[in-house]
Design a protein around this ligand. Structure first.
Ligand SMILES: Nc1ncnc2c1ncn2[C@@H]1O[C@H](COP(=O)(O)OP(=O)(O)OP(=O)(O)O)[C@@H](O)[C@H]1O
Length: 605
């Protein structure tokens, strides 16, 4: 590199660093945790144990209001510190109780989250925060754990309980020793997601069983000690209206424009004396793009790839990323569990250069195509494997995580530099949460969305929600890879599929898949589930993601298959036969229920 080039590279780096500094400055409030009203011991804990020098803006806005006892609806970008914003005020109150909080008092606060991983994450944060307040006991209950053990823990008493909705409802109905008569706080973290995952009915029952609905407050009790409910997400939208209506009483809205609040909802700005408590985030101080909160330092790109070259493009992008910077973490999102399994096995075993070219060479010269540790995460893994993948990926410095949307919400993996959405996320809210796994708390981050040429209109949908993406220079990246010696040099590549690197890698991938029956089966299952998932896009997106527009032979290529497998796999046949048998015995099911069942078969998370 020439002197001038070196100097301009240094300047660009400095500029980027200055920008990040600027963003970080805009993300934090210029006050202390104590000045927000938190107990000095708790503020010290935040500083010394957690390393938090100052509150973030959303914390500075939320903490005093939550401390005041008002119900609150918080809408703030991903990675801006919402967890502390609600946990700190609870701990502040509980540590000051006299007589002291005791296990025998049962549960005082309940945090409801949509996924098991988020449940564990919030629990871990809570444990750290409670280090100095050992008499306040944290705990969690969630699907996949042994119920008997949870019952025993509940019997002993848990002061602050983190829970997923299904398991919580189960305990509320069946665990007599679960004491919640002192319950004061119910918090819905990722509120919109809880509803999107279909937990609406469970939540209604939970609110009823707990007596935490908005109509059930006792007006004679002062605000500071009566029941208080909080709802939080980066993408609060009209779907949350029902839950808000059900659970929030005269709430303060933080980070919500009036335009986002539905007129038919009982969430009008509180009248007269409480008017001053309605807070609107000052967008110039808060580094968010308009609409859904996307961190402004996030570099958002899309890559346009025809279906038949998708797999090669993914592997090439990943190789380029890890060769550019070995020490980094990347998350790739897929639409189905089977797709995660296939790509995980492929990346864990596929070697490069491929066998045929190195037959004469020593075994040791071959290595994995991607030189990094690879993990997977999805909903049908064993609970222990899920925990271990989540925990290890979190701790690694250089690693790749392949996941379904189970990792899209709330998870805080430190130092993730790039998010790749290999399969489209569906609604823009999901796009926002997936990309939100990077660029957290003012850090740098990149996001790359894979689109087929027929799907390009999806960009317009994202733009409507404030996400503007620029094109990723795929051809330039492909040109960087050394061509195999036996390939003719082509001066001008006409299409991506005719690129010699794409041809060679695709052939090698197909040979690899066909060499192992297990691998081929994984590919076939992934193909079938992917096509079904594609057909399950909802609403307006149905006109963008149209199965009929797909060339299924090319889709097969994207799973390293030479020909298109039958879309009716054996397991699907078995399921269909079983369903028909059940239907015959139960009488005819309604058309609607059948449709719901077939959608469930896609196993998206
Ligand atoms: N005041 C602070 N100073 C420095 N870091 C902080 C502060 N508060 C929180 N963090 C850190 O910021 C990261 C993001 O926080 P958190 O997970 O609560 O974000 P979030 O807003 O809930 O994101 P999401 O919407 O994705 O769930 C975490 O690693 C957390 O430890």
């Amino acid at each position: 590199m020439g002197k001038n080039n070196q100097q301009s590279a240094r300047e660009t780096k400095r500029e980027a660093e200055d920008r990040i500094k600027e963003i970080k400055n805009g993300l934090f409030a210029s006050c202390s945790f104590t000045s927000l009203g938190l107990d000095p011991k708790l503020s010290d804990q935040l500083k010394e144990r957690m390393g938090f020098e100052a509150p973030t803006l959303v914390q500075a806005q939320s903490i005093p209001v939550i401390l005041s006892g008002r119900d609150v609806l918080v809408n703030a970008a991903t990675g801006t510190g919402k967890t502390i914003a609600y946990l700190a005020p609870l701990i502040h109150h509980l540590q000051g109780y006299s007589p002291k909080v005791d296990r025998s008092h049962g549960t005082y606060a309940l945090v409801i989250v949509p996924t098991r991983e988020l449940c564990l994450q919030v629990y871990e944060t809570l444990e750290k925060l409670l280090h100095r307040f050992h008499w306040i006991v944290p705990g969690y209950v969630m699907g996949g754990e042994k119920k008997a053990k949870e019952k025993a823990r509940l019997r002993k008493g848990i002061s602050i309980l983190i829970a997923t909705p299904g398991r919580l409802l189960d305990h509320l109905k069946n665990t007599a020793s679960f004491v919640h008569k002192n319950l004061r706080w119910v918090i819905f973290d990722e509120a919109d997601c809880i509803l999107e995952l279909g937990y609406g009915k469970e939540i209604e029952q939970i609110i009823e069983l707990l007596g935490s609905g908005q109509g059930e407050k006792d007006d004679s009790v002062p605000k500071g000690v009566q029941k208080q409910n909080l709802l939080l997400s980066a993408t609060l939208n009209d779907k949350v209206n029902h839950l808000a209506k059900l659970s929030l009483d005269d709430p303060v809205m933080i980070g919500l424009d009036n335009s986002k609040v539905q007129p038919n909802l009982s969430l009008e700005a509180p009248d007269s004396d409480t008017d001053d408590l309605v807070i609107h985030v000052n967008k110039s101080a808060n580094p968010l793009s308009e609409d859904y909160g996307i961190p402004s330092q996030l570099v958002q790109k899309y890559v346009k790839v025809p279906c038949g070259a998708r797999l090669v493009a993914l592997l090439s992008v990943l190789k380029n990323l890890f060769e550019r910077e070995a020490s980094q973490k990347v998350v790739v999102f897929f639409s189905t569990r089977a797709a995660v399994d296939f790509h995980y096995s492929l990346l864990s075993e596929f070697q490069w250069p491929p066998k045929s070219e190195t037959q004469e060479e020593e075994e040791t010269t071959k290595q994995l195509f991607l030189n990094c540790k690879t993990f997977r995460l999805h909903g049908s893994m064993e609970q222990d494997d899920r925990k271990s993948a989540f925990g290890t990926f979190k701790a690694e410095k250089q690693a790749l995580l392949l996941s379904t949307d189970v990792a899209a919400r709330g998870l805080d993996f430190p130092k993730v530099r790039c998010i790749i959405q290999y399969d489209c996320p569906g609604e823009a809210t999901e796009y926002v949460h997936r990309v939100g796994r990077t660029a957290r708390i003012g850090e740098k981050g990149e996001a790359l969305l894979f689109l087929q040429p027929v799907e390009i209109d999806y960009l317009k949908d994202l733009k409507k929600h404030g996400a503007t993406l620029t094109e990723y220079p795929l051809l330039k990246v492909l040109d960087k890879f050394p061509l195999p010696a036996n390939m003719p040099r082509i001066k001008k590549v006409i299409s991506l599929e005719s690129h010699p690197w794409v041809i060679t890698l695709q052939r090698a991938l197909e040979s690899f898949t066909y060499a192992e029956p297990t691998m081929k089966n994984l590919a076939k299952n992934a193909f079938v589930s992917w096509v079904r998932g594609y057909a399950a896009h909802k609403g307006e997106l149905k006109s963008i993601f149209v199965v009929k527009k797909l060339h299924l032979g090319h889709v097969a290529k994207s799973f390293a298959l030479r020909e298109q497998p039958s879309l009716v796999g054996k397991s699907h046949q078995k399921e269909t036969m079983k369903r028909k048998r059940d239907e015959r015995s139960k009488g005819l099911q309604s058309k609607k229920t059948k449709k719901m069942n077939s959608n469930r078969n896609v196993q998206k998370t």
